[in-house]
Design a binder for this molecule. Structure first.
Ligand code: 5GP
Ligand code: ZN
Length: 115
């Protein structure tokens, strides 16, 4: 298995876990872009939002609730946070196991910036 995030799920690559249940793992990003930067991923491997199927509807909802949970645990639920998934080259996706970034702990830059 070559997927980096599958290795984090199985524990062969270490991570700083923020949350885990039967379906979801959340862990702190190795190169944080904000004071709080947590990645929320499903244990089921698929590459990106493009690959989500109708049967993944419940799982996609679980990801949002896990994002809410880690935001509350990190103390940023009231100050505010952003949840974002990068899909494909123009979004800068580099890891091809779907993941949602939870960012907060400071005033975030305006959404949709260009390089
Ligand atoms: P993408 O650009 O694909 O949406 O974001 C991938 C994210 O994964 C980046 O924010 C990057 O810092 C993070 N990342 C890459 N490798 C690792 C790793 O080995 N451990 C952790 N915790 N995060 C990683
Ligand atoms: Zn994977």
């Amino acid at each position: 298995m070559s997927c980096l995030f599958c290795k984090i799920i199985e524990g062969s690559i270490p991570s700083r876990k923020a949350y885990e249940d039967e379906h979801i793992v959340a862990f702190h990003d190795i190169a944080p872009q904000a004071p709080v930067h947590i990645l929320v991923i499903p244990k089921k491997h698929f590459a990106a939002l493009n690959d989500a199927q109708p049967e993944d509807i419940e799982l996609l909802g679980r990801i949002q609730l896990a994002a809410q949970h880690v935001a509350k645990e990190a103390g940023i639920a009231e100050s505010g946070y952003r949840v974002v998934t990068n899909n494909g080259p123009d979004a800068g996706q580099v890891v091809f196991h779907i993941h949602y970034h939870v960012l907060g702990g400071e005033k975030l830059a305006t959404l949709g910036g260009k390089e």
